[in-house]
Design a protein around this ligand. Structure first.
Ligand SMILES: Cc1ncc(COP(=O)(O)O)c(C=O)c1O
Length: 519
C-alpha cells in the first residue's frame, strides 16, 4: 500500500457526505436494523437467540427502538463537537435508566456517558440490563456504530485506488492510526492494525522467533492471558527455552523477585500483561521493561485489559511492543500493536510479496476491516470528548484522553470499593486477588469470586436471568485458574466494572447475588 497522502480539507465525505449523498435520507429517523426477532405487539425485538444459550437461556432480552443519536460535525480545528442528541431523537428506553446519579468524581458526567451507549438501555426479563462483562468486551457509543455504518454506506472501498472512496478510505485509516497514536503516545507509523491482539501477537512472535536460536530464553508470566503466553511458548519448537514467573496465590500479584530470578543473560524477550483480565492485578510493567533492558531483552506488554482503566504511555514506559484491543475500550472488535519504529523496520514479517516493505503496513496482512477502523477513530473521538467535557482547558487530543482517565478513575475506584466490600460480606463467598482497599492502586475493577455450593456457571446464569451480565470460566487466563486450582470446577465468576457502570448497579448486583446465594 502506498504511503497515504495527507490532503487537508478533503475529508468531507468521511464525516459529512456531500449533500447529494445524504438527500432523501432521514438520518435521525433511521433506526438501527432490528437484530432480534420481533416480539408480537411490542415493537421490541427478542435477542435471546443471539446469546450464548447456556448463559442466558431463559432470558427475554428486549431493546427499545432506538433512534440514531449522531455526533455533531467536527468543530473547526479538528476537535469533535459535543455529542448532542438531535431534537426529539434521544432514544427511549424500555425501562427507566437505572440511575440519574452523578459519578463520585465531579468531573464525570455519568448521565452524559450513559446516553452515549444505546445498548445500556436494554432490559432482560423486565430487569434493566447491567453490563458487568466489560473485560470480555465493552459496549460502544452511538458514534462508533454510526462511523461503521457510514463507512459502509459511503466509503466502502479497498485501499490505494485512484478514485474518491478509495482515497477516503486511505485517509480514514491514516486518521484512525493518528488517533490511536495519541491514545498510546507514539507516532502513527508505529501503530499496526490487526483483527485482534492474539493474531497480532502470533504474527510478531513468528517474526521475532525466526531470529532466535536454540538456547535463547523468553520469560512469560503465569498471570497473563494465554494470548501473551502460547504464541511465545510455541517457540519451544525452535529450541527456545521458556521460563515462567510465578504469582503469589494469596493476593494474585506477580512475584517480582521471581521475575528477577528468571531473567538471565540469555533472555531475549519478556512478555508481561499490564493488568490481569482474571484477578484484576495491575502489574509493575515499568519495572519489567527496566529489567528487560538491563540484559538487552525486548519487552512485550499486553495492555488489553488495562486499556479501559488507565492511561497508556508507551514513550514513558519505553517498552518495545505493546498490544491492545479496541473492543475492550469502547471501540469495535479490532486489535492494535505498538512497536518501536526501529523494531518494526528491523524485524522481517512473514508477508505476501506484493505487500509494501514500508512500516507499519508491511505488518498488516490482507485487506483489513475498514469499517471497524472507522469505528476506532470514532472510539478515540469518544475518549476525547469525555476528556474535554471533564477538563475543557485541555489543548490536545492526547491531553483530552488523559483527562478522560482522570475523570473515570475515581468513579471506577468508588464502585470497586463498594463492590468488593459488599462481596466480602456475603457468607461463603471468596474474592480472589487484592481485597485490601489500601492496595487498590494495584488493581482494577475486575473482580473474580467463588461461592460455596455454586459453580460459576450457575451463578452467572442466575444473575443473567436477572439482567446482570457477568462471565464464568477462565477467560483464557488458563494458568491463573490452573494455579489457583479452580479450572476443574468452572473457574471463577467475573464481575467487571467500567466507567459507564453506576453505584446503583453495584448495589443492585450485590442485592441480586445475596438473593441468589440465599435461595
Ligand atoms: C488480557 C488479555 N490479553 C489478550 C486478550 C486477547 O485479545 P483478543 O481477543 O483481541 O485477541 C484478552 C481477551 O480477553 C485479554 O483480556
Amino acid at each position: 500500500m502506498p504511503p497515504i497522502p495527507g490532503k487537508p480539507g478533503s475529508l468531507t465525505l468521511l464525516n459529512a457526505p456531500p449533500e447529494g449523498a445524504r438527500k432523501g435520507r432521514n438520518r435521525v429517523a433511521r433506526a438501527p436494523p432490528p437484530r432480534g426477532k420481533p416480539v408480537a405487539g411490542t415493537g421490541f425485538h427478542d435477542f435471546t437467540s443471539g446469546l450464548e444459550p447456556t448463559h442466558v437461556s431463559r432470558a427475554e432480552l428486549t431493546i427499545s427502538r432506538m433512534r440514531s443519536v449522531r455526533p455533531a460535525k467536527a468543530a473547526a480545528g479538528g476537535a469533535p463537537a459535543p455529542h448532542v442528541p438531535p431534537a426529539g431523537a434521544a432514544f427511549t428506553m424500555a425501562a427507566p435508566m437505572p440511575t440519574a446519579e452523578q459519578a463520585s468524581s465531579t468531573s464525570l458526567d455519568l448521565s452524559w456517558v450513559r446516553s452515549q451507549f444505546p445498548s445500556l438501555a436494554q432490559t432482560v426479563n423486565g430487569h434493566p440490563a447491567v453490563f458487568l462483562d466489560g473485560p470480555g468486551g465493552t459496549q460502544v457509543p452511538q458514534r462508533v456504530i454510526d462511523a461503521i455504518s457510514d463507512y459502509l454506506a459511503i466509503n466502502n472501498a479497498n485501499t490505494g485506488g485512484a478514485y474518491q472512496t478509495s482515497r477516503n478510505t486511505d485517509r480514514m485509516i491514516a486518521e484512525a492510526r493518528a488517533a490511536m497514536a495519541d491514545f498510546l503516545n507514539c507516532d502513527a507509523d508505529e501503530i499496526v492494525i490487526g483483527p485482534n491482539m492474539t493474531t497480532l501477537t502470533y504474527a510478531m512472535s513468528r517474526a521475532i522467533g525466526r531470529e532466535l536460536v536454540p538456547g535463547d530464553e523468553i520469560v512469560l508470566t503465569l498471570l497473563d492471558h494465554d494470548a501473551n503466553f502460547s504464541p511465545w511458548n510455541a517457540l519451544e519448537e525452535k529450541g527456545v527455552i521458556i521460563r515462567t514467573v510465578a504469582f503469589n496465590p494469596v493476593d494474585c500479584t506477580l512475584d517480582m523477585q521471581d521475575l528477577v530470578r528468571q531473567i538471565t543473560s540469555r533472555t531475549r524477550l519478556i512478555a508481561v500483561g499490564y493488568a490481569s483480565n482474571a484477578v484484576g492485578t495491575i502489574n509493575n510493567v515499568a519495572e519489567g521493561v527496566r529489567l528487560a533492558k538491563q540484559v538487552g531483552a525486548l519487552s512485550y506488554i499486553d495492555a488489553v485489559h488495562y486499556a479501559p482503566h488507565g492511561p497508556i504511555d508507551v514513550r514513558a514506559l519505553d517498552c518495545d511492543f505493546l498490544v491492545c484491543s479496541t473492543y475492550k475500550f469502547f471501540g469495535p472488535h479490532m486489535g492494535l500493536l505498538y512497536g518501536k519504529r526501529e523494531h518494526l523496520k528491523r524485524f522481517r514479517p512473514y508477508k505476501v510479496r506484493p505487500l509494501t516493505d514500508s512500516i507499519p503496513n508491511c505488518w498488516e496482512w490482507g485487506t483489513l476491516n475498514h469499517e471497524c477502523i472507522a469505528g476506532i477513530k470514532a472510539c478515540v473521538d469518544y475518549w476525547e470528548e469525555l476528556g474535554r467535557r471533564a477538563k475543557p482547558s485541555v489543548s490536545s487530543r492526547r491531553a483530552a484522553v488523559l483527562a478522560a482517565h482522570e475523570a473515570i478513575h475515581p468513579h471506577e475506584r468508588t464502585m470497586m470499593e463498594k463492590m468488593i466490600a459488599g462481596l466480602l460480606a456475603i457468607p461463603g463467598l471468596k474474592v480472589y486477588g487484592i481485597s485490601d482497599p489500601r492496595r487498590f492502586d494495584n488493581r482494577c475493577a475486575t473482580i473474580v469470586v467463588r461461592v460455596e455450593g455454586f459453580t460459576p456457571l450457575e451463578l452467572a446464569t442466575k444473575l443473567g436471568d436477572r439482567g446482570f451480565f457477568t462471565w464464568d470460566g477462565n477467560y483464557y487466563a488458563l494458568n491463573v485458574t490452573e494455579q489457583l486450582d479452580v479450572e476443574r470446577t468452572g473457574g471463577f465468576l467475573r464481575i467487571g466494572l467500567v466507567h459507564y457502570n453506576t453505584m446503583e448497579e453495584v448495589e443492585r448486583m450485590l442485592a441480586a447475588l445475596r438473593e441468589v446465594v440465599r435461595a
